[in-house]
Design a protein around this ligand. Structure first.
Ligand code: NAI
Length: 718
């Protein structure tokens, strides 16, 4: 019996790099040569994970002129896996840890898959989330294993990462083992009992489960696939789901070998395109940089190196929408939570949010009743400040009112630990202003969560003028402790995220004022890949919010001797509030009409009062509408870099996609500029066109002009 142990000596995880490809060929040669003496093969790994997948450093560098090379390389891997699969001897994958992407494709080429139920271990083909498709036979084999529909919906289109038990339920592995020994014993047992294994698809007369487009019943369901796809992408320019759908459907109608070629061709199209590069940059390289502290180092300097101890007990002040979500996220990470509000009843209502989330997780099999009970036991609702004794961190989430925020910090200061970390979840108030009301401003940071807290992966950490580096490092470590992604910025009105998303909303609202059909504005945002409707988002935030921020900002600019340049959106919002009394969802009427708090449709008055007939020139091309929104956000991000509010490009990219819904296909606000046709120079030229047509706010800032002239991209490497 042969055991193949995957163990790349040069890296901490195994990837499909050149060395792997070469050794895979050599192994296939040797197995074929010594076939007679081989009883069976076990494939496992010496690393913590089984196999990490494609080598993203290689993949991101593939240029269109390398298309043939990329295709040939993918065909070579497919061919070698196929040689092992058709050896005529049993081959078993013993998945000792995560098997994602290329790792799971190796497993798919084995006749039997046993997964160790290791904590955090994941199985699946997440290539779609990086703008790619599985090109080691992953599309071809999942289609033959599960059928076209299940392969697409359970594995390929969402890129779901299944736990070993869920992978078993979905039919992706055959057995789950509790220990390593058990896993290997099961692998050996399979070899003993299946001396001449063949894949189901190599058995005579194999039919793809659920049929192929040649079957009338299947053909009748075909139109549902593109419709599903549209639902998934919102019509945004994501090429990978389309390519996956095509490779799966086309590959199901031909023999195995032809299907492999089809898969290889679609992969080559994706890997040489810009979207995959953008997504690999943002969702792999930038995300890794952010989580390992790129922004923290840039803002906190040497203090970033401190490794603060974990938070044990946190005081959450305010059990409203945000406080309740923060309490849940902390308790889920094993932190004791004291959830304080003005009355026991309010505090209990806040805890009820966690009870609801836990019940749902148990019902969906995502957690056990025991774990849910333990999580809930960690949350103590109260109205008594004395219960906050022993807390080593405070997160404040009361109403957005500076005086109230000062008051609640005063109230708890003598009670919590004397060196407790002090955080405010304010979304708009300057951290410097709030710091004036606390006794230890150097321990005070902004900790800006996003709603709904349990689902949103980002937290924006804000350094006030007096915030110390150590407090920043502690805040960063707390965010990592609750498994969220922390970006770090300097203090400014709206910080990074609130200010930049404001630009998106302003453009949408301004277009209504210019006479564009409101439904077209919403449609343009969706087709650009924004997850939220822009006018609906404005209603959620209330129309009072931009008015308040505008008034405060104008005062600040004028006090500093500057001239306030109004955004065209302001006049629209003013008219909505002052002339029509429409203040947003909480007021029961905004850009939309509402019944019982639910949107019923766009307010017909918008057409009557704002929309001009096409003859009067309201016909803004779709591309301009979309680029106005995207450019407004990217250009303002460049200004934030110039102002020194933002210091890390990776933080900007990751923060924009994970926090404020900047479309993922762009790779984030700054990667969008890098990847735009013609790079930063092409982007700057287009910005000038938009400035000429729609206003000087699109004029490229000096930093962009400089990058464009020097032919440089936005990057943390300088
Ligand atoms: P909310 O109105 O749902 O909750 C505020 C809670 O604070 C209420 O339960 C209230 O009873 C409680 N409270 C008032 N005075 C208190 C006191 N003296 N002691 C303890 N609790 C007190 O508000 P929400 O939406 O949860 O917002 C809270 C904070 O989070 C605000 O600063 C807001 O700007 C910020 N934020 C809100 C986001 C959102 O999407 N709603 C996103 C990010 C930040």
């Amino acid at each position: 019996m042969v055991t193949l142990v995957l163990d790349d000596p040069a890296q901490s995880a195994n990837t499909m790099n050149g060395a792997f490809t070469a050794s895979l060929s050599a192994v296939a040669d040797r197995l074929e040569a010594e076939r007679e003496s081989v009883r069976g093969v076990i494939v496992t790994s010496a690393k913590k994970t089984f196999f990490a997948g494609g080598d993203l450093r290689d993949l991101i560098a593939v240029r269109p002129e390398h298309a043939q090379d990329a295709f040939d390389r993918s065909m070579r891997i497919k061919r070698d896996l196929r040689r092992i699969e058709t050896l005529g001897k049993p081959v078993v994958a013993a998945l000792n840890g995560a098997a994602l992407g290329g790792g799971y494709e190796i497993a798919l080429a084995c006749h039997h898959r046993v997964a160790l139920d290791a904590p955090g271990s994941k199985i699946g083909l997440p290539e779609v989330t990086l703008g790619l498709l599985p090109a080691g036979g992953g599309v071809v084999r999942t289609v033959r294993l599960l059928g076209v529909a299940d392969a697409l919906l359970k594995v390929l289109l969402q890129g779901t990462r299944h736990s070993p038990r869920r992978a078993l339920a979905a039919g992706l592995v055959h057995e789950v083992a509790d220990t390593r020994e058990d896993m290997l014993a099961r692998a050996r047992a399979f070899i003993d009992t299946h001396p001449q294994s063949r894949q189901p698809w190599d058995e005579p007369g194999h039919r793809i489960p659920g049929g192929t487009p040649a079957d009338p019943e299947f053909a009748a369901n075909l139109p549902a696939f593109p419709a599903n796809l549209r639902k998934q992408t919102g019509g945004a320019p994501y090429p990978a789901p389309r390519a996956i759908l095509a490779a799966a459907v086309e590959g199901s109608q031909v023999d195995f070998e032809t299907a492999q070629v089809i898969e290889g061709r679609y992969f080559t199209g994706l890997v040489t395109g810009q979207t995959a590069k953008n997504m690999i940059q943002a969702f792999f390289f930038d995300l890794q940089a952010v989580n390992s502290g790129a922004g923290l180092k840039a803002v906190a300097g040497a203090a970033a190196a401190a490794e603060p101890r974990n938070v044990r007990k946190v005081a959450v002040l305010g059990a409203g929408m945000m406080g309740a979500g923060i309490a849940y996220s902390c308790a889920r990470a094993g932190i004791e939570v004291v959830l304080k509000d003005v009355s026991d009843q309010r505090a209990a209502q806040g805890k009820a949010h966690s009870e609801k989330l836990c019940a749902k997780a148990v019902a969906q099999g995502r957690t056990t009743q025991e774990k849910a009970d333990a999580l809930l036991a960690r949350i103590r609702p109260t109205a008594d400040p004395q219960d906050l004794a022993g807390c080593d961190a405070v997160i404040e989430a009361v109403f957005e009112d500076p005086a109230l925020k000062h008051k609640v910090f005063q109230e708890v200061q003598g009670i919590v630990e004397p060196d407790a970390l002090l955080c405010s979840n304010t979304s708009t108030l300057p951290i410097g202003l709030l710091a004036e009301g606390v006794q230890r401003p150097s321990d005070f940071v902004g900790l800006h969560f996003f709603s709904p807290v349990d689902r949103m992966p980002l937290v924006e950490i804000i350094k006030g003028e007096r915030t110390g580096g150590e407090a920043l490092a502690r805040a960063f470590s707390l965010v990592r402790q609750i498994s969220k992604t922390p970006i770090v910025v300097h203090d400014a009105r709206g910080f990074f995220t609130s200010r930049v998303i404001g630009q998106f909303i302003n453009e949408g609202v301004a277009m209504v004022g210019e006479g564009v059909e409101p439904a077209s504005v919403e449609q343009a945002a969706a087709q650009a890949g924004y997850p939220a409707k822009v006018l609906a988002l404005m209603d959620e935030l209330t129309l009072a919010l931009p008015r308040r921020i505008r008034d405060e900002s104008r005062r600040a600019v004028e006090e500093a001797g500057g001239t306030w340049r109004p955004h065209p959106a302001e006049a629209v919002v003013d008219r909505m509030v002052e002339e029509f009394g429409r203040t947003g969802r909480s007021g029961g009427a905004g850009f939309y009409d509402y019944a019982d708090g639910r949107r019923t449709g766009l307010w017909p008055g918008l057409r009557e009062h704002f929309t001009r007939p096409a003859a009067q020139g309201a016909g803004i091309p779709l591309r301009d509408m979309q680029e106005r929104m995207l450019f407004a956000e990217s250009l303002d991000t460049v200004r934030l870099l110039e102002e020194g509010v933002l210091v890390s490009v990776a933080d900007a990219n990751v923060g924009s996609v994970l926090g404020i819904g900047f479309p993922g296909w762009t790779g984030g606000v700054l990667q969008y500029i890098n990847g735009y046709e013609g790079g930063p120079a092409g982007f700057a030229a287009r910005a000038r066109e938009l400035a000429e047509r729609y206003g000087e706010r699109f004029t490229p800032p000096a930093l962009l002009v400089e990058k464009a002239e020097r032919g440089e991209r936005f990057s943390d490497r300088g």
